[in-house]
Ligand binder design. Structure first.
Ligand SMILES: *Cc1c(COP(=O)(O)O)cnc(C)c1O
Length: 225
């Protein structure tokens, strides 16, 4: 059986494998997060039939009905868009990871709402684009330190959305910087921060070459939104 989605997934895996080989990485160390925002539940089920199990949504309101329909036993859900404080109460028992923590305030609000531990990433606005969410690199140490004092939050690594560029090579220094910021934070906190969530449909090959452990792929899998 073949389908556009199956073909896309096969091509993505080939490109990940080739990129990993170029830099002597194990392609199994690169996870695919299928980004399903704007796509209906039927497309998520198609992806599950191909073995994909981890899905990214960027709005809590859009995610809730999808999570209710599909459940959390065969699929896990990551929030990748900005979390508003009034939505923090919807995270528990729905999402297994929030990738978009970008301030001490939202970390504290979320932490207070949780009864069990939740994995989180700090989103960093590496390109320092004024219109974008994500913590500025210089604010990262304070946020990471604050999270260390919140028992319900388990910091696993960093996430970034690279600037839109015409040549994907321009994204490379952004990914290199996120990796350096991760290495520094890991050393400062004296704990491993294994997750580097970077690389989207247009730039994931470069992200793999620069150490990504999680690619967030929407259009490359499902086609145009
Ligand atoms: C939409 C989105 C993605 C996926 O984008 P594509 O270009 O469709 O791969 C990844 N990360 C975040 C934060 C997003 O909002």
């Amino acid at each position: 059986m073949t389908s556009p989605l199956a073909d896309n997934l096969r091509r993505i895996r080939e490109r990940i494998a080739a990129a990993a080989e170029r830099v002597e990485r194990n392609p199994d160390d690169v996870a695919i997060l299928a980004v399903t925002k704007t796509f209906p539940v039927a497309r998520i089920r198609d992806a599950m039939a191909l073995g994909l199990r981890t899905f990214g949504e960027n709005r809590v309101q859009e995610a809730i009905p999808k999570i209710e329909e599909i459940g959390t036993s065969d699929a896990s859900w990551h929030l990748i868009g900005h979390l508003q404080s009034n939505k923090a109460r919807f995270i528990e028992e729905r999402f297994t990871m929030v990738q978009s923590i970008d301030s001490v305030a939202i970390a504290q609000t979320l932490g207070r709402r949780l009864k069990t531990q939740l994995e989180i990433l700090i989103e960093v606005n590496v390109g320092e684009e004024p219109q974008k969410t994500g913590a500025l690199p210089q604010d990262l140490p304070a946020i990471a330190e604050a999270i260390g004092g919140i028992s319900t939050l388990q910091l696993r690594g960093l996430m970034t959305v690279a600037p839109m560029v015409s040549d994907v090579e321009e994204a490379r220094p952004i990914f290199q910087r996120l990796r350096r910021l991760r290495d520094e934070a890991s050393q400062r906190l004296a704990m491993p921060l294994p997750v580097l969530s970077m690389g989207m449909s247009d730039d994931y090959v470069v992200a793999v070459e620069e150490g990504a452990t999680m690619l967030r792929l929407g259009r490359a899998l499902f086609g145009p939104r």
